[in-house]
Design a protein around this ligand. Structure first.
Ligand SMILES: C[S@@+](CC[C@H](N)C(=O)[O-])C[C@H]1O[C@@H](n2cnc3c(N)ncnc32)[C@H](O)[C@@H]1O
Length: 520
């Protein structure tokens, strides 16, 4: 047998190739596999170059038949257009099945037809197998081929134009370029990745879509210092870390080989938790989206639930596309209804998972601000002369995550330093030789008093300080508590309330001690 191994292999290969079978395992897996499932071709309109309306018009001028948005209305139209007997659409069960008609409609598009996706305004749906990679609109970067599921994270993160966004596992740049598109290239997207070769691919993509707002950084995200000056400007973070890729159609069909054994899933899960926790340490990040193209709970629900258990004082889950009632997270997890899970069978996309962390309202920050104001005023009155440990806590973001103050950082953190100033294709990407200064940034005294972000003049400041008293601090915190009573009362924010209470008590105690010592 060994003697004829090569001949046998050649003969088997010949038979397989005659039956269009690429790998032997495709035959053995076929019965249980999703080999027959097809996904429409999704194309995203790059809003930097054009608009969905203009692209639709362009395609119609080329002879394509635009069938509209694949939504309920369209489904009803199609439904009513069906031959007799006419169907009534006023009972819920029928409307439910009409919603499912997205699948039918998408899969029954004729080869010259296309549609607008019902969920994502910038995604067009073409028939399965449509080849558009060499279409003029694709070549010019006006259309970008991207699976619908992979377009969801940027829509959930939803950074407005002008904002500062971090994509911490960015390469090869599909979601980065989508973020730049949704922001109309206005603002800043910091695209960070540790893989140099994947960043080169991203650099080409960004060149093609004509984005100027993306800054490329080749660095290990875990070495980025969350409280460095630049990092403090970050308001939105996308965390799309390495995963098992088990949701990719090729992997589901057994064509692409990825190992998803338990040991690998556990390793991936640990890595994903570390990356996500790090992202949640950025002090001014108000929304953080976590996504994977994995179908395994170990990389999805388990990761976000575990991380949330550490940061629930400061973050809550925001429901991802609540209108998609049949696409929630797996049962058995406390926050399943907040997560989005898309599957190839039900949603005609790659298998995908998305969760969104939203920073809680600023009750705690307001209390801390009020306390600092009192200290600032008292300092003017020469009552308090030292910086209190409360200020230091605020400066060191001790309130940010419970584990951040407990655990020693394993990697040496550095400020964000752009080593790739633009995504010019000629720029050679280099490993970051960043400043190794890891000293904590000195706490900067707030310029404004308690009146929000408003900056007061010296005179106004003095007046405010003169009028400020111990009673006022208590009055102010009481007002804050009244103002936020509803949220403090709710189970979700009880912990915030406790922390506020604790801070106020701590502050009162410290003041008493200082006053006593002054009197002495
Ligand atoms: C799933 S891919 C990201 C896909 C990308 N978001 C997109 O839509 O095109 C995961 C990326 O994370 C990067 N990565 C893994 N560990 C990292 C780390 N510690 N710091 C930065 N990037 C990392 C990998 O190099 C890889 O490019």
């Amino acid at each position: 047998m060994r003697k004829h191994k090569a001949e046998i292999k050649a003969a088997v290969d010949k038979v397989l190739s005659a039956h269009n079978v690429k790998y032997l395992k495709m035959l053995t897996k076929r019965e249980n596999s999703k080999a027959d499932i097809k996904i429409p071709r999704y194309m995203r309109v790059n809003l930097i170059r054009s608009s969905p309306d203009d692209v639709i018009k362009h395609l119609q001028d080329e002879g394509w038949d635009f069938v509209g948005k694949l939504d309920l209305e369209n489904a009803i139209r199609t439904w009513n257009g069906l031959p007799e007997p006419a169907r009534k659409t006023n009972d819920l069960a029928q409307i439910g099945s009409l919603i499912n008609m997205f699948k039918e409609q998408a899969l029954s598009l004729r080869e010259d037809q296309f549609a607008l996706d019902p969920l994502l305004f910038d995604v067009l749906v073409f028939p399965v197998g449509t080849i558009l990679f060499n279409h003029a609109l694709t070549l010019s970067g006006t259309l970008v081929q991207q699976d619908k599921a992979s377009c969801i994270p940027a829509h959930v993160l939803k950074p407005p134009s002008g904002s500062v966004v971090l994509d911490c596992c960015a390469a090869p740049g599909n979601k980065t370029s989508h973020l730049a598109s949704l922001m109309k290239d206005d603002g800043k997207v910091i695209a960070l990745d540790q893989s140099l070769s994947r960043m080169q691919t991203m650099s080409h993509l960004l060149e093609k879509i004509d984005s100027k707002c993306v800054e490329l950084i080749n660095q290990d995200f875990l070495t980025v210092q969350p409280d460095a000056e630049d990092a403090q400007k970050i308001e939105f973070i996308l965390v799309d870390p390495t995963c098992s890729s088990s949701g990719m159609l090729g992997v589901q069909q057994g064509k692409d080989n990825y190992s998803t054994d338990q040991a690998r899933l556990e390793t991936l899960s640990r890595f994903q938790i570390t990356i996500l926790k790090h992202a949640l340490k950025f002090p001014n990040a108000k929304r953080i989206v976590y996504s994977t193209c994995s179908i395994h709970k170990e990389e999805n629900e388990q990761v976000v639930e575990q991380v949330m258990s550490h940061v629930s004082h400061h973050f809550k889950f925001k429901k991802v596309f609540p209108e998609l009632k049949n696409c929630r997270g797996l049962d058995g997890f406390p926050h399943s209804k907040y997560f989005l899970r898309l599957s190839t069978e039900n949603d005609l996309t790659q298998g995908f998972f998305v969760a969104c962390f939203q920073r809680r309202k600023k009750v705690l920050e307001q209390i801390v601000k009020a306390i600092k104001t009192a200290e600032h005023c008292n300092k003017n009155k020469k009552i308090i002369t030292e910086t209190t440990d409360l200020q230091e806590s605020a400066a060191n973001n001790e309130f940010l995550t419970s584990d951040s103050k407990l655990k020693k950082k394993k990697k040496k953190e550095k400020p964000l330093v752009s080593v790739v100033p633009s995504h010019d294709m000629n720029v050679e990407l280099k490993k970051s030789d960043v400043n190794s200064d890891t000293k904590k940034k000195k706490y900067k005294k707030p310029q404004s008093l308690i009146s929000g972000e408003q900056t007061l003049t010296d005179e106004e400041n003095k007046k405010k300080c003169d009028n400020f008293s111990e009673d006022k601090l208590e009055g102010f915190t009481a007002t804050l508590k009244r103002k936020h009573k509803r949220s403090l009362d709710s189970a979700e924010t009880k912990s915030d309330g406790l922390v506020c209470e604790e801070l106020v008590q701590k502050k009162k105690k410290r003041k008493k001690e200082k006053l006593v010592s002054l009197e002495d």
